[in-house]
Design a protein around this ligand. Structure first.
Ligand code: NAD
Length: 341
């Protein structure tokens, strides 16, 4: 089986991809510099089967060293600063990792005989939609946040390295992904944790913003489909087709936990908040046979149960999170150790 070099493999989606990759029989080499968002706990179940390098993707010499030693056949690039709110507070890590780091990986890949470079981008590069319409792979990029601008830069660098140097890049643009092991700064785990602790749940604006929710294992499965059957030089949207307003997501979680809706507290809206993203994912379905099925009602139930069963992991993040919540939402913090309900 092929040797994959997976960047950001200790992150939320990257670790799911690594766990699936091991099951599918791939040889996996993983690069991650373990920022606050990275955690080797996520890959503990497969640690004996993967080779891990704690390396910053923007550090050219270290990246070159890994390529020289490991000679990967395929690069799957997930590593990124991934949280929009943090990019609004401080953009520079986003430029360092997402732009420079992607450039370094592409440039080092240029010197090696790789078969594929899967560049994980995001639906956010397209900018926002109103109530109607969908993004096609050909829709011009129009990103609005420092995060999405850094991802659009990485996305376009990948396309340029294919066109200019023939690096075999395939671009993947997934929609909002949720599920097990997501760092508890993103909407769904924040709501679960705050609700479990009977804390007020901060919701931006009036909660009307719309996202397309994709379960993490389905997202990783889509990336494998593209790796195995996608065409070099192409771009693929990967979305579930399940659009939800933020307020609907919050209410669904409260219902599952049997908590009252008066825990919801509307806060000042995110600066530059995109209203809606929606992907047309026909191309990935037609060209790779991926059919990404996990109804939101089922995925969210499984996710809530996973967080309840994995409180110890969440607890280990609380010190860091409380500081962060105060900065971003000026909200109350969780002081107690979380208990199973
Ligand atoms: P994440 O924040 O959970 O994980 C990112 C990982 O990258 C972490 O393990 C972190 O330690 C590592 N990392 C960060 N900077 C690094 C550096 N300089 N060198 C090496 N490693 C570094 O992110 P995620 O949610 O798993 O997202 C993975 C990818 O998918 C990202 O490229 C993101 O932009 C994209 N994406 C995410 C979503 C989503 O909803 N989560 C949706 C679409 C696209």
């Amino acid at each position: 089986m092929k040797k994959l070099l997976v960047t950001g493999g200790a992150g939320f989606i990257g670790s799911e991809f690594v766990r699936q990759g091991v099951k599918r029989g791939y040889k996996i080499v993983l690069i991650d510099n373990l920022t606050y968002a990275g955690d080797v706990e996520r890959i503990k179940a497969v640690e004996k089967e993967v080779t891990f390098y704690r390396v910053d993707i923007a550090d050219r010499e270290s990246v070159k060293g890994v390529f020289k030693t490991e000679r990967p056949e395929v690069v799957v690039h997930f590593a990124a600063e991934s949280h929009v709110d943090r990019s609004i507070l401080e953009a520079s890590p986003f430029l360092d990792t997402n732009v420079k780091g992607t450039y370094v990986l592409l440039d080092v890949s240029k010197q090696h005989e790789i078969e594929r470079f899967i560049n994980i981008s995001t639906d956010e590069v397209y900018g926002e939609l109103k109530e109607e319409g969908q993004f096609l792979e050909t829709t011009p990029l129009n990103p609005n946040s420092p995060y999405s601008v850094s991802k659009a830069s990485a996305d376009m660098l990948g396309r340029a390295y294919h066109r200019t140097y023939g690096v075999p890049v395939i671009t993947v643009r997934p929609s909002n992904t949720y599920g097990f092991w997501q760092y508890p700064e993103k909407l769904i785990p924040v709501v679960i944790l705050k609700a479990l602790n009977n804390e007020k749940i901060p919701v931006y604006g009036t909660g009307q913003n719309i996202r397309e929710w994709l379960f993490v294992s389905v997202c990783a499965d889509g990336v494998f489909g593209i790796l195995e059957k996608g065409k070099v030089g192409e771009t693929y949207n990967v979305g579930s087709g399940e659009e939800k307003r933020n307020i609907e997501v919050v209410k669904a979680i409260l219902k599952l936990l049997g908590k009252p809706e008066d825990l919801i507290e509307f806060t000042k809206d995110r600066l530059g908040h995109d209203f809606r993203y929606s992907l047309n994912s026909n191309k990935v379905r037609e060209q790779t046979g991926w059919n990404g099925e996990m109804p939101f009602s089922e995925g969210i139930k499984n996710t809530v149960e996973w967080y309840i069963d994995n409180m110890a992991w969440v607890d280990s993040k609380l010190g860091y999170l409380n500081k962060y919540w105060q900065t971003v939402y000026s909200t109350n913090t969780i002081k107690r150790t979380l208990k199973k309900p």
